[in-house]
Design a protein around this ligand. Structure first.
Ligand code: ADP
Length: 469
């Protein structure tokens, strides 16, 4: 059983074509023979056959109808002399030798000629009547078999004919095979390349691409394949990266929880086992325990908040709000905090309303996070400024301070969870390293963004954009 490969199917198709061609060749041959016989009846010459025109005395033969129909008439007597010649000359000379006349007779039977002769001998009058018409229509494809003159060597003739037919069929078969292989190979070659590409992809080589150098349907398939491969590659890269991020996050969480927990455990043990302890000392221990549990609690709360925002159920409670009004209110709340910390402040918020879809609580959380950071990481006397400007379709809030600034190298990473500019200082201030990450998620959920746009040494400026209505 032949395998159902494309090249085999091609071969089968061509084999069918081969049989059809062979059948068509044989039928064409028979049709020509039939056509030959059918057309023969309509030849002009048959309307004036020599047998019908013949008279015993050639002077009574009327050449007029023959001449009228474009034919010619000749009479040759027994001495091979042309005695009558009407119309176009069929014979070259007036007086022929017996050899010349015999040659003419033999020639006249030949199929390959432009004139057809009807020649009849009249034994009574002892002359030949030759009626000639131009051959108007000929099909020179005919097999004639003369049983009387049949060859004595029939097997030889059969062999020659058989061999000719066999060679013809063999040639046709060879052409069929070669042509089917050539045309099939183009397709199989493309399929092979695509198959190899798919295999590589299956084995995990996502950089596999296919280049067929074609412009047909296979090229479309190739483009689709390459597109699919690059998408898978991107997806896998993304997954690897997010897996790495997640692992890093867990590491950071455990690291950040370890310190306060160890501290709480240590001080609690001291409290339990210390034989004597002054009231002041006891208070000190309890304060450390309280500070560290607050720290751990804050870390867990913020972590919970951040992971909530990652969950698919997370949604904002959006209301059409006057952004300026909300920002003014929040800044009012900040004034106390800033003054207590010995900070100066400048607010530039327009009077006219700027409408936006806002989750007021969460938006407030972002502004508070930024303000808390400014207070936490900068010395007294630092100026904090908040300004709001509006462009075509978005409001821009600049939140800046002229404090210590954030190193430029952290510009891209500072919004990632647990990234801090100064770890020791952050620990001291109780920062979790999650505040900016939360701020970023919230603004992004509003369809906006928050970026750090200051360079280190010149304080910090955060630019927050929120789409307006
Ligand atoms: P944290 O809870 O530690 O404040 P954040 O994500 O809010 O975490 O901030 C990340 C880090 O960016 C901080 O640890 C701090 O080093 C730095 N930072 C943030 N805001 C400021 C600021 N206004 N001035 C200086 N440093 C800042």
């Amino acid at each position: 059983m032949m395998r159902k490969t494309i090249s085999n199917q091609f071969f089968l198709h061509y084999l069918v074509v081969f049989v059809l061609v062979a059948v068509a060749t044989v039928s064409a041959y028979f049709f020509l023979i039939i056509a030959n016989h059918l057309a023969e009846d309509t030849f002009t010459k048959n309307r004036y056959p020599a047998s019908a025109m013949m008279r015993d005395d050639y002077r009574f033969i009327d050449p007029a109808p023959i001449l009228k129909n474009g034919g010619s008439l000749q009479i040759v007597d027994k001495d091979y002399r042309v005695v009558v010649a009407e119309g176009k000359d069929a014979l070259p000379k007036r007086q022929l030798t017996p050899a010349e006349f015999t040659e003419f007779l033999v020639e006249s039977k030949s199929k390959d000629r432009t004139l057809s002769h009807d020649i009849l001998y009249n034994p009574q009058g002892e002359f030949w009547l030759i009626i000639t018409f131009p051959t108007s229509f000929r099909i020179d494809f005919e097999v004639k078999m003369n049983p009387k003159a049949a060859t004595g060597n029939f097997p030889r003739v059969a062999f020659i004919f058989g061999l000719t037919i066999a060679i013809y069929l063999l040639l046709l078969t060879a052409l069929t095979i070669v042509y089917s292989r050539i045309t099939g190979s183009r397709i199989t070659e493309s399929l092979r390349k695509l198959r190899d590409g798919t295999r590589l992809l299956r084995e995990g080589d996502y950089s596999a691409r296919v280049d067929l150098r074609l412009t047909n349907e296979f090229a479309e398939l190739q483009d689709t394949f390459n597109d699919m491969a690059s998408r898978i590659e991107e997806e896998i890269d993304l997954r690897k990266k997010s897996e790495g991020d997640r692992r890093q996050l867990i590491l950071d969480i455990s690291h950040d929880l370890k310190n306060p927990m160890a501290s709480i455990e240590g001080y609690a043990e001291r409290l339990l086992h210390a034989a004597t302890m002054s009231e002041e000392e006891r208070r000190g221990c309890l304060e450390v325990i309280q500070k560290n549990s607050q720290r751990a609690n804050r870390l867990l709360t913020e972590l919970f908040e951040l992971s909530q925002m990652d969950s698919p159920e997370f949604s904002l409670h959006l209301e059409a709000t006057d952004l300026c009004e909300v920002l003014r209110q929040i800044c009012g709340e900040l004034v106390q905090e800033l003054e207590r910390a010995g900070f100066d402040y400048e607010f530039a918020i327009p009077e006219e309303p700027v409408w936006a879809w806002l989750d007021i609580d969460r938006f407030g959380r972002v502004v508070h996070n930024l303000a808390d950071n400014a207070v936490r990481y900068n010395p007294r006397g630092t100026t904090v400024s908040v300004s709001l400007t509006v462009t075509d379709d978005q409001a821009m809030i600049h939140f800046s301070d002229n404090g210590i600034g954030i190193p430029t190298r952290l510009k891209g990473d500072i919004f990632k969870p647990f990234v801090r500019a100064d770890y020791a200082r952050t620990f001291e201030t109780g920062g979790s390293g999650l505040g900016l990450a939360i701020a970023k998620r919230i603004t992004e959920a509003h369809g906006g963004d928050v970026v750090l746009c200051s360079s280190s040494g010149k304080g910090s400026t955060f630019r927050m954009t929120i789409p307006t209505i």
